[in-house]
Design a protein. Structure first.
Length: 250
């Protein structure tokens, strides 16, 4: 899908690595002006800015820890008046068995995977409403929102919450002409994916359950995000779209 984002400003969180980085590059390539927020400037955001400059693309990068509610709100309030579309992509995962999961791990994951989405979206969507603007939001959830994954208690809980937040956002923001959807990928071998799935003893049984027989690529997620975000999508709203090679058919 090559959607045109010419003239649009898109805020992307978790832009330094993995899916968020690939989304930023595709958006820049599609003509968007990208506001890229992430935790680490050097080397992640700085190298992204350099690569986008080579594409003659428009990108601004901002180093921010999204688990800091107030600092995030201050930054996003400055950017929000310009934002047409929002991709809430930043996420954390941590491998801990259910019996050993620590309360601070649960809090850390919920801060980024759920609370930061609410925080950023509140500010951006209020600004869209004030401008009488038709906006669009895509939240990056996971197939783990509905599928139990071993050693991922906090992560699964956070993505289940994110799906529900997405639906409430769709319910409340739809009348303001702001479309809200989620994408729910299975494993993508980004730095986060490699952390959990690089051992073939874990990966192979998971792949065996995927009817299309492989993990998905960054491009599969990027294309779905850009389609849902774009004006090509008029009426898909409140959806949580599996991108999983059929894993959720079981
Ligand atoms: P990565 O870990 O590869 O990249 C995540 C990015 O988010 C990094 O740039 C990271 O910053 C940034 N980030 C993390 N925490 C914060 C924070 N507190 N503040 C600001 N930025 C932060 O993850 P993926 O690209 O794999 O994942 C992206 C999204 O996709 C997540 O929501 C994830 O849950 C979801 N997802 C991923 C899957 C996978 O298999 N990879 C499968 C299904 C869903 P830094 O540069 O410092 O690392």
């Amino acid at each position: 899908v090559r959607s045109s984002f010419g003239g649009k400003t898109v805020l992307v969180t978790g832009a330094g690595q993995g899916i968020g980085r690939a989304v930023c590059k595709k958006l820049v390539d599609s003509g968007a002006h990208v506001l890229a927020l992430s935790r680490t400037a050097d080397p992640h955001l700085n190298s992204l800015a350099a690569e986008c400059a080579e594409l003659s693309g428009k990108i601004e990068t901002y180093e921010i820890d999204l688990s800091n509610w107030d600092a995030t709100r201050d930054l996003v309030e400055k950017l929000a008046p310009r934002v047409d579309c929002l991709v809430n992509n930043a996420g954390r995962s941590l491998l801990e068995s259910f019996l050993e999961m620590k309360p601070e791990s649960f809090d850390m994951i919920m801060e980024v995977n759920v609370k930061a989405v609410i925080n950023v979206s509140q500010v951006v969507c209020k600004a869209m409403i004030n401008r009488g603007h038709n906006g669009s939001v895509v939240n990056v959830s996971s197939i783990a929102s509905t599928l139990a994954v071993k050693d991922h208690t906090a992560y699964c809980a956070s993505k289940g919450a994110l799906d529900t937040v997405t639906k409430v956002m769709a319910l409340e923001l739809g009348p303001n002409k702001i479309r809200v959807n989620a994408v729910n990928p299975t494993v993508v071998l980004t730095p986060m994916g490699l952390y959990a799935w690089s051992d073939p003893k874990k990966a192979d049984p998971m792949i065996a359950r995927i009817p299309l027989g492989k993990f998905i690529g960054e491009e599969d997620v990027v294309n779905a995000i850009l389609f849902l975000l774009s004006d090509q999508n008029g009426m898909i709203h409140g959806a949580c779209l599996p991108i999983d090679g059929g894993l959720s058919c079981w």
